[in-house]
Structures are given as structure tokens and as C-alpha cells.
Design a protein around this ligand. Structure first.
Ligand code: ARG
Ligand code: GLU
Length: 693
């Protein structure tokens, strides 16, 4: 029996470490994967994807803003990304007279393209392995602190040496828990202008109803352009800057995709946790996610109810609601996917197998788990999460300003800009009461602020009183409180400020308590040791590195999937589905009349699918992606652009911890739908000419 178990475990392990579709690979090291990629259909060489000697695909892919990806699609620096990535910039140019969010925006000449104050893009120049210089002589350092400090110092030196104070930025990132260090050198471009965006009814079609969902029909794109100075160098915004001429831009394919086609995504995935030990997975599945979902459910229930009653409140809380529901929905999908694929048991089997092969594994995992239990990590994780939900993520909205002030050097304190524009008292006080109720219900009393311990009423009453007494619910009161000579004293007496202060005391106590349980030296740098053990145990496998917002390449095939028993999804959607959804009457499925007219005219040429004559809107494939991959180019076997990545299918989002090719799918906007909207809907033919040149 033992033998059988072991060989079963080997299968599970092999699936976990060497599955074709799992992994976000480092472009400069893609040579290790290239055979497999070519076997899956790729027609390119590793040098075509990443090269420092000549232009390659990587030269056309950029970091867009703070957390998205974009790609260059013309010799004049035209850039594509998602609508939800461009959203803030589109919104910033919108007003009642020019509501570009609602109506869309199309620059018909270059002079109409709109500059964006706080938007940068970054082009990757090169990647260099700096592991040796970072790790030299560190083996013998026993103290975890000294180790950390030395690494940080060496990283900083490298960053300084490779950056300038203008447009060259360097980063050093660790991979495999710190077994490998890579230097990334970027060029920043700060003059990036808005060129086009569809109306939200296209760009956000499906809204929160469809978020994380397949089948999907969102026209999730927006168009920008990179500008440079007359010598094609990056520059601050200047009216006479000119379109940037990139080393390389992507070629667009309008041929569409078939099931089984090779597909790859080049972009900037933010973070994953692929090497989480089983106790972490267990915690996410059974404790952390469900409790985080519970507190956000409380927020959303209040927002939804108040938003449904008032158009004004609905607009005020639209963004807050969307933001709150994004992770709320993802956390649920993650639990569902972990359970469905039995990820916890698979991880346990894998660990059993690994420990069978590796002497250090047993000690490491045992000590890790012991420490996990002793330091109450499962509970403290939730306290941290709830702390943020209350104080930082808008659970109690009137804490926003006090939180900004707290702990700042008061003599120099800059008064934070606080806007009550998107604030509704009745909604806010009720939401505060409900989230606070969840906190008090789920969190042990030792993590309560003192005044709550003394409080005789309900948590809701506690918040109601705080709202009544605080100045931070009203701009006039707030301005009064923050003016005059003794404003700091007045601030400290405000109940919202006092609450923040007490919550910081909770946080300090929590830190102290966690510090009491000493971390055994053997699990210092746990992840580094654990992954090292894994690599040694499977010398023939290549292991994907966790995402860390550096450029990665993921690859797989275009493929439908069986989401649940007997529920089989096709790999693509069409405009027909938009019309069907529209007929349900759900406001998230409202579409502009013009799109309905175009549908009726069947005016899809030349963007219709050659096989079925329909206009395809989106497709799914098995590429391993995560947050940050939004806007990433999805490329075919020839490296041509076939779409823009924008989401993942719901019960496969556990791919951040445990990828499973049976249900993990990335969702891509079909490039032909983008072209159709630009051409037939917006009539921006000049952009089509530019992109298809
Ligand atoms: N789920 C996608 C992502 O994580 C899209 C989020 C924006 N869309 C929305 N309906 N909230 O970024
Ligand atoms: N929408 C996500 C983003 O902003 C991509 C979805 C995902 O997490 O895969 O990057």
C-alpha cells in the first residue's frame, strides 16, 4: 500500500512541477522551455522572443501605469491595453460635457490625443543574472537579519549603479525564494497620450456580473500613444514631443484562432504563491478566504442596497463597489477551484513525495508547520486582513484622513487632501457598523481596541456614535477642525482619530505577540531552502518562478473546458452573445444602440471569422496568468498579436497557488473585435491603417 501511494504521489508531483501550461517563465531564460513550446506549435526561436542583440518581441511589451501591461502595435508608438487599465485616465478627461467614459473617446488627429499627467510606461532594455554578486559569501551568515541586510545593500548598490536620475530605472528582483537574482533595466516614458476608448457599455460590458466569468464579451481595450522628444528619446510631456518610434512593434493577425492553437502571453504578472506549503493552502481554503469574503459581503450588501435606492449614491460608490467586489469574487472562486481540484490533497501528496527524496524537506516542513501553529498564523492572518478592511480599505470611510495623519511628524504634518465627494453618510455609517460587527464577531477580544472592550452597546451603535461625534463626515466641520493654531490637538481629540490610534495599538500588540514565538533558525529563508530542496530532488524538471511583476512568458493552447460535470464551455464567444445578454435586461448588459444596429446589418467584414462568419469577441486558453497580466499581448505561433489578455475564468483563479490545466483559463479579447469597434463603430479608420500597415 505504501508503495502504491508513493507512485501515485510521484504522478501528482510530476503534474505539479512539469506541466506544460503551468508557469510564468523568465524571457531571458526561455531557452529551457523552447523545445516544449515548439512541440506545442511555436514557430519562433528563443531569440525571437527575447534578445539583447537584435530586436525581439520583448521590445514591444511595456509596463503600463502602476500594474498593467501594454503592447506597441505601430511604428509610431501606438499602444494597446485594457479599458480597465486605462479607466482612470479616461475618467480624468471626462466631464459632464465630454463624458468619455460613457460615450467613448477617439482622437481623429494626433493633435487630439490627450496627455496624462501621472501615466508612465516602461520598456525593458535587458535582464542580467546577478545572483553570484548578490549571494557571494552569504552561505556562512547565520543571522537572518544580517543576511537580509547584506542582500538589501547589494541590491541597492546594483540598482543605483544601473539607474540614472532621468529615464533609466533599474530593479533587482529575487526569484525562487532568493535562490536567484535578476537585474532589470528599463526606460521610462512619461509622455503617454490617450488615443481611443470605447464607451463603457462596450469596454466594461458585463460589469461586475461577468467579472471573472467565462463566457465573456467585454470589449476591454483602450488605446494610447508613446511620445518622445525629437531625437526619439524619452522626455517629460511637451506639446511638441513627437510619436515614439519603437525598436519593434507587434504585427496583428486577423486570422483568428482555432481550438488547440498555440498561444502565449507576454506581460507583467504581479504575484503568485506556487510553492505554498499545504498548511498555507489549507488556511486560504478553510479560514482566510471565507472570512475575508464574509467581511466584504457585509460591505457589499450595504453598498448594493443604498446604491439601488439613489442614482447619486450609485455613481458615488460605483468604483468603490467594483473594487470591493473584484477580490471578493476572486477569493470565492479560489476556494471553489482549490476544492474542486483537490489541491490540498495533491499538495500533501507532493510533499510526501518530496520528503521521500529530500532529507531536508521533512525538517523544513515540520518546523514550518509547527511555527505556523505556535505563532497562530492562521488567526493572525485574518486579524491583519480585517485590520486593513476596517482602517485602510474603506470599511470605515471616515478613518481615511485620520489614518493619513497618524504617526506623521506633527510639526511637519501636511494636511492630506480629503474629498467627501464620493461619500454618503447614511451608507457609510451603516457599512461601518456592519463591518465592525463582523470584526467583533470573528476576531478574539484580545485584538479589540480598548474602547470597544468597555463599550456596552452593539458594534453598530459604537460606529453610529463615532460618526455622530467625528468631524470627518462633513467637509465644513472637517475644514474647521483642521484650521487654526491648535488643529493638531483638535485632531487628536476627534473620535475617528482616536479609533485609528487604538487600532494601531492593536497592531503593535499583535506584532509583539507574534514576536514571542521564536522562529526556528532552520526555517529562516524557508522558501529559499524549500525550493532548493525541490530543485535538487527533481534535477530534470524546470520549475516556474513565482510572479513578481517582472516580464514573463506563459504559454499553452487555445482550449474550451469542462467547468463542472456536464458543463462544457466553448473556447470563444461572439457578438451574438452580447445581444443575448442585452435582452436579459440586466443593466450590466446595456449596449449602445449603434452596436445593435451594426449587429443587425451583419457589417462584420473584414473582421468576421472565416469559418462561421460571426464576429468573435473573446477566447480562452491555458496560459498561466495573474493580476498584472491585464492588457498583455496574446500571441500566436508566429508571434503575431491575436488578442489582449484581461481576466481569468472564475473557478480556475486558484492558479495563483495551484494551477490545474483542466479548469484554469485566461480570458482574451479577440483582436478582431477590437479592430471592428475601432473601424466600424468609431470610424477611426486612420488607426486601423496604422495598426494593419
Ligand atoms: N477581474 C479583472 C481583474 O482582476 C477585471 C477587474 C475590473 N473589472 C470589473 N468588472 N471590476 O483585474
Ligand atoms: N484583471 C486582471 C488584471 O488586472 C487580470 C486577471 C487575472 O488576475 O488574471 O491584471
Amino acid at each position: 500500500m505504501k508503495k502504491l501511494l508513493t507512485s501515485l504521489a510521484i504522478c501528482a508531483a510530476a503534474v505539479q512541477v512539469a506541466k506544460a501550461d503551468v508557469g510564468m517563465w523568465i524571457p531571458s531564460l526561455i531557452g529551457k522551455n523552447i523545445d516544449e513550446m515548439q512541440r506545442l506549435g511555436l514557430k519562433l526561436s528563443a531569440e525571437d522572443i527575447y534578445s539583447i542583440n537584435h530586436e525581439s518581441l520583448k521590445d514591444a511589451v511595456v509596463i503600463f501605469g502602476g500594474g498593467c501591461t501594454g503592447e506597441i502595435v505601430s511604428e509610431d508608438g501606438l499602444l494597446l491595453t485594457n479599458h480597465h487599465c486605462g479607466f482612470d485616465y479616461i475618467q480624468s478627461h471626462s466631464s459632464v460635457e465630454h463624458n468619455y467614459l460613457a460615450n467613448g473617446f477617439w482622437a481623429m488627429t494626433r493633435a487630439d490625443e490627450l496627455p496624462n499627467k501621472d501615466l508612465s510606461i516602461y520598456l525593458l532594455n535587458y535582464i542580467e543574472d546577478v545572483t553570484d554578486s548578490i549571494l557571494a559569501g552569504t552561505d556562512t551568515i547565520a543571522s537572518a537579519e544580517r543576511y537580509k541586510a547584506l542582500i538589501a545593500e547589494r541590491k541597492n548598490n546594483l540598482i543605483k549603479r544601473n539607474s540614472d536620475d532621468k529615464f533609466q530605472k533599474a530593479e533587482v528582483e529575487d526569484f525562487y525564494g532568493g535562490n536567484q537574482y535578476l537585474l532589470f533595466v528599463y526606460t521610462e516614458f512619461r509622455d503617454v497620450r490617450l488615443v481611443g476608448a470605447p464607451p463603457s457599455e462596450i469596454g466594461k460590458f458585463g460589469g461586475d456580473t461577468d467579472n471573472w466569468v467565462w463566457p465573456r464579451h467585454t470589449g476591454d481595450f483602450s488605446i494610447f500613444r508613446i511620445y518622445a522628444d525629437k531625437d526619439n528619446n524619452p522626455a517629460e510631456y511637451a506639446a511638441d514631443n513627437v510619436p515614439y518610434h519603437p525598436k519593434k512593434h507587434l504585427t496583428i493577425s486577423t486570422k483568428g484562432v482555432q481550438e488547440g492553437d498555440f498561444a502565449m502571453v507576454l506581460g507583467y504578472p504581479g504575484s503568485t504563491n506556487l510553492y505554498a506549503p499545504s498548511c498555507d493552502i489549507e488556511d486560504v481554503q478553510n479560514s482566510y478566504n471565507p472570512q475575508m469574503v464574509e467581511i466584504r459581503t457585509a460591505k457589499l450588501e450595504v453598498m448594493n442596497r443604498h446604491q439601488a435606492k439613489s442614482e447619486k449614491v450609485n455613481i458615488q460608490y460605483a468604483a468603490k463597489n467594483a473594487h470591493t467586489s473584484n477580490a471578493w469574487k476572486k477569493w470565492q472562486g479560489e476556494v471553489k477551484g482549490l476544492k474542486k481540484t483537490d489541491a490540498l490533497q495533491k499538495k500533501r501528496d507532493f510533499e510526501a513525495e518530496l520528503c521521500h527524496k529530500s532529507a531536508i524537506c521533512d525538517t523544513l516542513l515540520n518546523e514550518y508547520e509547527k511555527y505556523y501553529q505556535a505563532s497562530n498564523t492562521s488567526e493572525t492572518n485574518v486579524v491583519w486582513g480585517y485590520w486593513s478592511e476596517i482602517v485602510r480599505r474603506g470599511g470605515v470611510e471616515i478613518l481615511e484622513a485620520p489614518y493619513e495623519y497618524w504617526g506623521s511628524d506633527e510639526s511637519k504634518a501636511v494636511k492630506p487632501e480629503v474629498s467627501l465627494k464620493d461619500f454618503d453618510y447614511n451608507l457609510s455609517v451603516e457599512m461601518a457598523g456592519e463591518v465592525w460587527n463582523v470584526y467583533c464577531k470573528n476576531i478574539a477580544r484580545k485584538y479589540w481596541p480598548v474602547s470597544m472592550l468597555k463599550w456596552k452597546g452593539t458594534p453598530q451603535e459604537y460606529m453610529r456614535k463615532m460618526y455622530q461625534k467625528s468631524a470627518f463626515t462633513d467637509s465644513v466641520k472637517m475644514a474647521k477642525l483642521l484650521s487654526g493654531k491648535n488643529w493638531q490637538k483638535k485632531l487628536r481629540n476627534d473620535p475617528a482619530y482616536k479609533f485609528v490610534d487604538e487600532m494601531f495599538a492593536v497592531r503593535n500588540a499583535l506584532r509583539k505577540e507574534m514576536g514571542k514565538v521564536e522562529r526556528p533558525a532552520v526555517i529562516n529563508n524557508f522558501e529559499r531552502k524549500y525550493i532548493k530542496a525541490m530543485r535538487e530532488a527533481y534535477p530534470d524538471s524546470i520549475f516556474p518562478a513565482d510572479a513578481n511583476f517582472t516580464m514573463r512568458i506563459s504559454y499553452g493552447n487555445v482550449a474550451g473546458y469542462e467547468a463542472d460535470d456536464a458543463v462544457r464551455y466553448n473556447y470563444y464567444t461572439t457578438l451574438d452573445g452580447i445581444i443575448e445578454k442585452n435582452r436579459t435586461g440586466n443593466p450590466d448588459y446595456t449596449v449602445p444602440q449603434r452596436l445593435i444596429d451594426l449587429y443587425k446589418q451583419k457589417a462584420f467584414a473584414p473582421y468576421a471569422d472565416a469559418k462561421d462568419g460571426k464576429l468573435h469577441t473573446a477566447f480562452v486558453s491555458t496560459c498561466h496568468t495573474t493580476g498584472g497580466n491585464s492588457g498583455s499581448p496574446v500571441l500566436n505561433a508566429n508571434g503575431e498579436l491575436i488578442g489582449l489578455n484581461f481576466d481569468r475564468a472564475w473557478n480556475g483563479v486558484m492558479s495563483d497557488m495551484s494551477y490545474d490545466a483542466s479548469i484554469c483559463r485566461n480570458i482574451t479579447l479577440d483582436i478582431r473585435y477590437l479592430l471592428f469597434i475601432v473601424d466600424k463603430y468609431a470610424g477611426a479608420e486612420h488607426l486601423i491603417k496604422e495598426m494593419l500597415k
